[in-house]
Design a protein around this ligand. Structure first.
Ligand SMILES: *Cc1c(COP(=O)(O)O)cnc(C)c1O
Length: 409
């Protein structure tokens, strides 16, 4: 969003008006920003046969999926319902990768029936898969290269205690299982966790995977997961995509020559594609002055955007109702009966009761992690595309809270 003639606008659309028209709390997505991010990644790897698989757990609104599909994106899914939503959005089964962790074998069988690519991250499951399908269903194997990189401990997946992937040190065992069951391995995968800052670190992890990949004869793709860091604070360092494209693209090319064949390079960005495109609009119900603090209490809470409370995540906050007001210090808190603080000691343009605040970087893991705690309904969602704001999810109602309850008394 940007300031134009004292109004915050997204692609020419006045954000405050969107908040007033559709009501708050409200998730608003900038469709053109999503397209820009997709093209940026594509452009950085223009010399590589790159396939982008949007990790849709970040945001599963079907319109976001359709928008990315239109750009040429595939899909990374972690549950059978994400697979089904992807198919409903128009993705072909072969464009979808299913990367489950600790799901039942029944669920994996359903994904096989739906015809999507299967990613396996456990030796016992690989064995089971081999017994069931031999070489009739191709698979990808998720490897944990144990590369530690940035971020909060909740989002690191590469460490030795991680439940994700098959340890790279178990690769001999994997090879035995593959040979014994005649399993057709067409992909190798790693996803070391979010917030990798450094193109060199990323490339080093990839090298470990390439070393292993040489031993598999039928590969069609190498999937390097995600880990792209996006800026939450103004001075945050972000992944330099162009540099990554240059360094890793070249290294991948060398690998393909050694392998003897051109392979596809896959990435599965979630945040990178949709985080910055999203704004969460809330209205200030009360300004509360205590002995030590001025609180701005808003019509939302951890039930709608839990990242600040769960990951200690920083979401920048702007008072879009008062762009020129004098700046004062506020703690922005929710209405839930927990300590649900969106931001401590933030400088905001003077806040009045009734003002609308915009929380930035709300496009990823915002709505998808929301809940009905305190019997609050989940927010509506709006997509701004080509100068038009459209409702893409209705606000829930009391009926939604009750619809699966069975009265037995
Ligand atoms: C969550 C996840 C991603 C996306 O991570 P981001 O940090 O949102 O880019 C990619 N791949 C897998 C397997 C994941 O679980």
């Amino acid at each position: 969003m940007q300031l134009e003639n004292d109004r915050y606008v997204i692609g020419g659309v006045d954000l405050l008006k969107v908040g007033e028209q559709f009501g708050t709390p409200l998730y608003v997505y900038d469709g053109n920003k999503i397209i820009d991010q997709y093209n940026k990644l594509k452009q950085a790897f223009k010399k590589t046969d790159l396939k982008i698989k949007y990790a849709c757990k970040a945001n599963t609104n079907i319109n976001i999926l359709k928008l990315l599909h239109k750009q040429g994106s595939g899909l990374d899914t972690v549950s059978i319902n994400e697979v089904r939503i992807g198919l409903l959005a128009g993705f072909a089964p072969e464009e979808i990768l299913y990367t489950p962790n600790c799901v039942s074998f029944e669920e994996i069988k359903k994904a096989v029936e739906l015809g999507v690519n299967i990613n396996i991250d456990n030796i016992s499951v690989l064995e089971h898969f081999g017994h069931e399908y031999q070489n009739k269903v191709p698979v990808c194997i998720r490897i944990n290269p144990h590369v530690l990189a940035g971020g909060n401990s909740h989002i690191q997946t590469g460490h030795i205690d991680s439940k994700f992937g098959i340890s790279i040190h178990q690769i001999r065992h994997v090879m035995r299982v593959v040979k014994a069951n005649n399993i057709n391995v067409v992909g190798l995968h790693m996803h070391t966790g979010s917030d990798i800052l450094d193109a060199e670190v990323f490339t080093r992890a990839a090298e470990l995977l390439f070393d292993v990949a040489i031993e598999f004869e039928n590969l069609q793709y190498i999937d390097l997961g995600s880990g792209f860091k996006v800026g939450y604070r103004a001075d945050d360092i972000t992944t330099d995509i162009d540099r990554l494209g240059e360094i890793l693209g070249e290294r991948f090319d060398v690998f393909c020559k050694a392998y003897g064949r051109e392979l596809e390079l896959w990435f599965e960005p979630g945040k990178f594609l949709v985080s910055e495109a999203g704004y969460f609009l809330v209205q200030v119900n009360v300004v509360k002055q205590t002995v030590s603090t001025v609180f701005a209490g808003v019509d939302s809470g951890q039930n709608h955007l839990i990242r600040p409370m769960m990951y200690d995540a920083y979401h920048h906050i702007t008072n879009i109702s008062n762009p020129n007001g004098v700046q004062r210090i506020y703690s922005i808190v929710g209405y839930i009966c927990e300590t649900d603080t969106f931001g401590y000691d933030r400088k905001l343009n003077e806040v009045h009761e009734g003002d609308i605040l915009a929380m930035h970087n709300a496009g990823a893991y915002g709505f998808t992690m929301s809940s009905n705690y305190n019997a609050r309904v989940r927010p509506a969602e709006v997509l701004i595309l080509d100068g038009k704001a459209q409702l893409i999810r209705e606000r829930e109602t009391l009926d939604d809270l009750l619809k699966n309850q069975i009265e037995v008394l």
